[in-house]
Each structure stands twice: as structure tokens, then as C-alpha cells.
Design a protein around this ligand. Sequence first.
Ligand code: HEM
Length: 490
Amino acid sequence: MELSTALLLGLVLLGLLWWKWSRPKGFPPGPPALPVMGNMLQMDFTNPMKALRKFSQTYGPVYSIYLGFTPAVVVRGLKDLKEVLVNKGVEFADRPQSKMTEVITKYKGLVMAPYGRAWKEHRRFTLSTLRNFGLGKKSMEERICEESSYLIQDLKENKDTLYDPHFVIDNAVSNIICSIVFGRRYNYDDRTFRDILNIVHDNLKLSSGIWAQLYNEFGFLRYLPLPHWKIFRNIEIIFGFLRKVLEEHKKTRVPGQPRDYIDCYLEELDKDQEDGSNKSTFDDENLFTSVSDLFIAGTETTSASLEWCLLYMMTYPDIQEKCREEINTIRGDREHLDYEDRVRMPYTQAVLQEVQRFASIVPMGIPHSPIKDIQLNGYTIPKGTVIIPDLSSVHYDESQWKYPHEFNPENFLNEEGELMKVDSFLPFSAGPRSCLGENLARMEIFLFFTTMLTHFEFQCPDHKSPPDLTPVFGITRPPKHFKMRLVPHT
Ligand code: HEM
């Protein structure tokens, strides 16, 4: 080939690449993207929030980045997040498609299901079943209090050691969603269950990492034994465990006497068969993915929140003591608090909310996507675009908080010490796609936390060095494993 032809071909190729990575007309601006990798090399996947904050200083609260070939719009700040999540909540209520989501969820279930009839019916069914189990034979509150007593028992047995609370808190929290969905709990010494929970955490970390992104972007990588394979190996183990639970349920159920969420779902399948119309969106695949979604979404988020609570209490013993005083005053002679007591406990509620604000456990939410071409902040966003709602951006916004960069419960209290409702507090997101487990999570955090504080004082192992508050970044942001000293309180 002659040099001039090669040069010409090179220029055409560069032109094509430039065209591919230049933003469509009307699309939000953003940092220049490299061919093939997009902006991925500019993101630190161990803490992408830093890069997202930096880009917004140049491009404003609504801007775009390229994740390989895929353009994504990042939305920051209260005004624009409210527009996406609430005011235009339905228009932005879809989830983006990706190869990994397709392979793992087949776009079924609750979390990654596309906006539409199946998602709506499953969300409604799940919310009402969670509510019914709260009102049924054993209330949600009773289940949590019973589990708290197992947790306290374990803490008591370990009071003379330096204690890593991660496994037991994780197990206790997961037992709540397991008892609602599968109708059973798992002992804290059950190695198989502990391994499953560890794999769930591992996958939440891996699925937001660079290998998962590369897998979604570059088809040929799918066949190479690279780190993304671990995600699928892990998924197979989690799914194997859930399949067994489902099979046991099908064998042991008594129609008309549902014990838990799975039984209620199987009743829906019976109804569909009886009426013969086969028009329902309830089917075996949706059952499986909904169960898996509830198990995964209901465990790590809440247990990470409780672990952060303990870490902050160890870091700020004066705040811990003030909480304990309020707990003891309201509890009186009773064994434990009731959930409704919280309305008389502004300080403890402010502390729990401050933990959620400061730790921002799901910092970038779960991606949304518009159901049609739509305008946002003067830009045109095409149907199907990946929208990243940066929830953590409002949690540290200097225009919204008294102490944005400090752990301080005063952020939620007015001059009279009353609890304030703060619009820029969005740990569970907002709008039609907001967290389905918000009420359950709030109840769990309040009851587990207050019971633990009633029985123990939590101290750093070494008074000279404060705990490490660096989070581990994934879809969620749990703290690193830590040890604590448990001082019994009577
Ligand atoms: C402190 C604990 C929790 C936090 C911080 C949290 C946070 C979130 C966030 C930010 C979302 C994304 C909302 C959006 O897309 O706009 C979400 C979705 C979801 N959460 Fe939670 N969550 C927690 C606990 C739970 C629990 C206990 C359950 C189980 C019952 C649960 C089930 C779900 C489900 C099913 C979705 C998907 C909702 C949908 O797409 O319609 N979460 N959560």
C-alpha cells in the first residue's frame, strides 16, 4: 500500500473514531473521551466519586462521560436529581440495558427490570407482601427483636475478645429478609451461609469495577478467562443456594397457607393456572430473580449501615453516650424499645440519619434510564441512555448542610433539638423507583442499633489510634473490616 493511501485510511479511521466518541447534538457536555476506552482511564474505579465531582466543576451538574462505547449522563445536586427521580420520575424510571444485567437477571425481577407492567406488578406485590408479613402472625418488629436477642447473645460470648462484628451483623440482618422471603433464619455458626454472604459482598464490589465495565463494552472479552469470570462463578453459587430454597418450598408448601414471600408468590402462580388466561406477569423466572433481588438488596445495604453506626460511635464516644442516655430514658424498665418510640427520640434518629448521610452507602444509586427521548436541564437525552444519579453529591453539598464535611448529628436537628426533615437526604433515592425496602431498613437499623447500645459500650481497641473510616467502594460502600472492644452495660 502506498504511503498516501495508508495516511488517507488512517485519517478516515480517526475521523470515524472521533465521530463515534463525539457527543450527539444537544447531549450534555463532558470531558473529551478517548477512542475505545472513553473516559474509563480517567476514572479511579476504587473511588469513582472523586472523578465525578471533579468533572462537575468544569461541566456543571448534568454532564456526560463515556464508559467505553456507552455514553452515560451523570446527574448531581438536589435540583437536577429531584427532576430526574421525582418530577420526571416516571419518564426516567427505566433501567439501562447491559450484557451483564441481561446474563444475570434476564431483565426480570425487581431491581433491574425495565419500567413496564411486569415491574409495576412485582413492585406492588412485593410491597404488599412485606406489609402483610408485618401485620401477620409474627410482626416484622417481633422478628427483628427476636434476632436482636441472638445478636446480643453472640456479643456477650465475645465480650472479652477484640471483636470483628462484620459476620454476625451481616448474618443477623440477612436473617430478617430470609425469614420474610424463605421463612427461616440461619445460625451464626453456619459456615455455608456465611460463605454465601461473603460471595454476595464480593460480587457487589466486583460488579461496579473495571472488569465488569470492560465485559459490558467489549464482546470478545466474554470468552477470555479474565477477572469478570469470578462474578459469574459467584452468581452460580448464590443461584444454586436459592434454587435449593425454592425447590424445598415447592415440595413442602400447603396451598392456601402461605408461610412467607415465596409461598405467596406460588399462590399467585396457582391463581394464574386456575384462571387459564396465562396473562399474568408472574412466572418462575420472575419469582427467582425477585427472591434473589430481595436477598441481595436486603442484606449488604443494611448491615453496612449498622457497621458504620458502630464505627462512628467508637470514633465519637460522647455522641454514643448521648444516644445511650436517650435510649435508657425512653426505655425505662422495658427489655427493649418499640419502633414507635423513635418519635420521642430526636437525637438517636438524628445520629442514625447522620450515619446514612455521611457514609452514603449507595453513593451513586442504581442507574436509571429514560423511557423516551427527554429534555433535562436544556439538554436532549435519548431513550435508553445510562443515567447515573450521584446521590452522594447532595449529602456533601455545602449549600445544603450546616456541617457538610463533618460527622455531626446537628445537621438534622433544629435550635430546639427537634428532628428536621431535610430534602437533601436521599440515602434511599426518591420517586417511583426508590428503595422498596426503605421502611424495613429503617426499622432494622433503629431496633438493632438501640438494642446493641442498651447492652454494650463500643470502644476502639486502641485509644491512641482512631478507627479507619475509609470505605470499600462497590455498588455499596461498606467500611473495611474492623475490630472493637465490647464493654457490657447493665
Ligand atoms: C440502609 C439500607 C438500604 C439502602 C441505603 C438502600 C438504598 C437503595 C437505593 C439507593 C436504591 C436505588 C433506587 C433508585 O433506583 O432510584 C434501592 C433500590 C432497591 N432496594 Fe434498597 N436500600 C436499603 C435496604 C433495602 C432492603 C432492606 C431491601 C429489601 C426489602 C431493599 C430492596 C430494594 C429493591 C428491591 C430495590 C429496587 C427498587 C426498584 O427498582 O423498583 N433495599 N435501594
